[in-house]
Ligand binder design. Sequence first.
Ligand SMILES: Nc1ncnc2c1ncn2[C@@H]1O[C@H](COP(=O)(O)OP(=O)(O)OP(=O)(O)O)[C@@H](O)[C@H]1O
Length: 810
Amino acid sequence: MKLNVEQRRIVELEPAGPMLVKGVAGSGKTTVAIRRINFLKDHYCHEDDDQILLVTYNRTLLNYIKHQYGRMADLEQAEAPRLFASDAEVEIVTIDSLMFKAFGRYSRRNGKEFEIATKEQMHKYMILAIHAVNKSYPDVKVLSPKNSKFLLEETEWIQSCSMKDIETYQSADRIGRASGDGSTPQKLMKNSQTRAAIFDVACHFEELLEKEGLITFKQMNAFALEEVRRSNGSRYTHIIIDESQDLTRVQLEFLKELYREKPHSSLMFVADNTQSIYPQSWLGRGRPYTTIGYDMSGKSRALSKNYRTTTEISTAAFNLIEADESIQSNVDFVKPALIDRHGHPPIYRFFNTPKQQAHFLAEEIKALQNDYALSDICIVARGNRNIESAAIDLTDAGIPCEVLQTKEPDFESDKVKLVTMHSIKGLEFKVIFLIDLNKGLIPQDLYSDADDQKTVETDERKLLYVGMTRANELLYMSSVKWPSKFVKEIDRNHLRMKKDALLRPFETISMAHYPLTDGLVDLHSREEVIRQWLIRELCEVYGYPYELMELEFKVQQFSKKGYCDIAVMVYAGGEATPYIIAEVKRFGSGIDDAVSQLISYMEAENRAYYGIATDGLEIKIIDRNGEEVQDLPKCRPQFLPDAKNKRIYLNLKNGRQYDYILDNETGDHLEVKEAGQDVLLQVHETVAAPLIGNVAAGMPMLASESYEASLQLPRDWVMSPSETFCLTVTGDSMVDAGIDKGDVVIVHQQNTASNGDIVIAVTGQEATMKKYMPMGSEIVLISENPAYEPIVMRSEDVLINGRVIGVLKK
Ligand SMILES: Nc1ncnc2c1ncn2[C@@H]1O[C@H](COP(=O)(O)OP(=O)(O)OP(=O)(O)O)[C@@H](O)[C@H]1O
């Protein structure tokens, strides 16, 4: 893997004390953090006591880093042993293990033995603490057992900041806690009776636990901090803190204590506030670094390109963030830049019962095994219980699987992995299934107070964002019974109903917006909403005009008459014949009956090529032999009543536009006019340029390639017929050059290019269409769309495949 220019700059930054690397999900923050170790080791560890520490958030991430290194290219593999060998100079550890060690020293020094309280124990002692205190604060409503969750969370926050006295708590800024409409906390006003009462509860709670020899995890951290402060333990010249947005104040202060400042030392915070998912995190909520004693002005770097997921997955995930102003207004928010890497849009499925979801998971995974190893697949859910029941279902279906344990996760085993949304932070898999995205489960319904609930929802939204951005190639999302409100916030255009079809998931259309109602008597029937959705999909997704659709289309079956719900007619030889017919059922009622009805209609109406049966939830597409097919063909110009196929041709050779008119009947009679003019230009000779595939498909091999179709072009539009080929445009990165998705570009095969040419360039394993700009020993590949960042590559890493000489608009 080649680092991009910004990544490389960060790796090789001269140490200058504290610095911040912020970046979007998948932008290579962890990659950069790991690569920096060897750089620091080689250049800034010249004194005998110089040491480097890389802190990861948890053990899963630690093991994952090792696993990733094992998979890297030869050059990097050579670096791996240096990193993971027991090396006096470098330590890669989790924050918890560091703090546990210090806590162990604390316990031994004080001759005390503590046990970490379980969730149940914490809940029990919190209730007791509330009862012990509430009589002293009759006016403070929050002191009630029904708010125990809130009070526990607040107590943990106090502990996670190691606030020892009431004055500190009374004056602390409580970001992310019920803040009303202004910026001042409403419910937790500074210097209030409420805060006094909560602090009292927190103290009682600690006392009760102590009597039992128990402490919370957050207290344990506070003791660890006390210990390193006491022993003045600073010993690392360089500290790199991955996922620092989720560390608590105490954890950050602890790491500060371990930092040994020298003229050549560095303290690098690596963070993405959009992925801050814990209520006690300190910096992730937008608190400035000055609160922990560092001024980061001029010391922060941002990474904005997501290398992990496709543009389709990133765009859908970003919909979630766009819907929450408080995430985007965070000081360290970085807006993701798209890297023109296309793939399948996320697939969303809705199910009536958990059993249906389990069946779908099993069937889909079995089918995916043709292209993926089981270890490439990970199932992710909000809660442990959902994960455990999915594991049982998969095992019952004969699919090997294992719940990823945070202690010793095995990423290599040939099993489907299952993990919670919290634990998948920092990891990635080729295929991700996000299951049980249900109302009440995500976002969790924790508080009746609207402000508190809003805070919870922001964290939960980030959690789902984390889950979605873990997928390299394929992302599945599913809900059972009641979909999460977050799913509804994702633009339907960014989702698909099934893997190999263009259909978007079912969506209810209001009766006022039914696209086609001619001749219908009962618009209120429950099937109608399904029919209208399908009609809209056939038009908006597949391009069949409403004028070509007939409802209640009569099918003569011997002496019996039947009426199929939709028939899409096409023109052949001037006559309209049914091409696609569809049977719909009411939502979620099953499609078995619809399929058998469809088959009998198609036997009777043998002109139809395709049949669709759907209940909005399931869909089956069959061909005229009754065999299932993955998708429908899109409408073609020759299906339309007008036999002339008129399009616009942009000739990039001379900068002119032409009307391009092909006779559909003969398929080769070509007429050409200057755009907007009436006079036909003479076409003396035409050439057939092969349509090889799409731009992203990679390098075409003209000689031996069998191609899908060819385009008739006037000879003088091309340079050399044998070196000309055509590609369909798949992305939107060149829209400002007038090249849109679905257009066909005409390419002259060549291996060189001049400044400003639009080229088909192959970088790594992908082909892309970009504007070419040489810059010294590097090449800049520029998109004509401000949403995409330019790509800077070394010239030896870019292969030019051809120059775009014309565009036939769709
Ligand atoms: N320059 C690059 N070229 C190609 N792939 C890259 C590049 N940089 C990073 N990647 C890949 O992108 C993926 C994400 O990288 P990494 O895990 O370091 O990102 P991150 O910013 O730490 O992500 P997150 O915050 O979401 O956990 C990895 O598969 C990594 O190998």
